[in-house]
Design a protein around this ligand. Sequence first.
Ligand SMILES: [Zn+2]
Length: 359
Amino acid sequence: MTGRPEDNEGANGRESEPDPGPGHQVTGHTHAGGIEAPREGGPAEPVAIGPGVIQIDTLLGGWRRMTAGYLVEGPAPVLVETGSQSSAGALLAALEHLGVGPGDLAGVAVTHIHLDHAGGVGDVARAFPDATVYVHEKGARHLADPSRLVASAERVYGPLLDDLYGRLEPTPPERLHVLADTETVEIGPGRVLTAVDSPGHAKHHLGLHDSLSGILFAGDAVGVRLPDAGILRPATPPPDFDLGQAVHSLRKFAARRPSGIALAHYGLLEDAETLLEEAEATLRSWAETAERALREGRDIAAALEERYRFDTSHVSAEFREKLEVLNGFHSNAAGLRRWLETSGRMPAERDYGAPPPGS
Ligand SMILES: [Zn+2]
């Protein structure tokens, strides 16, 4: 089935604001606006994390161990996640280093269309003209015509769009393939990737489960756990975050009994069962904190920061800045607030403060 993006809006056919992804919201809170993106040495070496599964550091902003892509090897190899457009150079160099020639890549799959996962799709599709681009039905139209997604990103990210992420080049619609829940992509004899519809973080989110290694590529559905921070944080950005859907998606992942979970941010965690339980507990804890803050008329971001900032007190201020850009308290608070106000759990009231852009 080749996806026709014009058919790919939600079941109600309603247009909704395309969302560029979590990240720093351009509001009065501007401390990360001038953040430096220092190169930390040369390109990172790709690492095998399972049989025929290669982790590639896509070096968002030149930062190591923040954004990963994964090459699943076989006669018809598939790349999972391109990273942002600004990562395309590092990614293409890594693939060349791995011996993947322009005619070799059979597919590019994105877990969702946030720019730190899919911003490089247009560039990578051009570099690998035979590759099919796999995407959730609710994301496909924005890969074919990124204009609204990029316009939304401009509003949310401000200068960080060009300084950090880059944009998104269109992919010819005939190269897109919409993946349905449980649909498989064949990589070789005995090796398929199974799509797992997994909304919650975003409505256009898919997990991809590799039958050979047992690894499940979880995008952002499980949260963000950077090796340099060592703690799991939920990723609850606007406009799609939904607690019930997010928990349901975690349980769908657990039911597949993966051998490990590969996070886009960042790397493989082998105890999938424990990680998924931790992810659910963490999500519920953040949602409770947000709900209490909203009921008490307090700022949600401030409440989250007060409760959870000590999680990262062991890492440098510079690193906390990076984490705030990638998966910050402000973006998560905006998503939790929107969910609370639209799920019927809380009334939307003006005196909770000005809504952030994009929410
Ligand atoms: Zn992400």
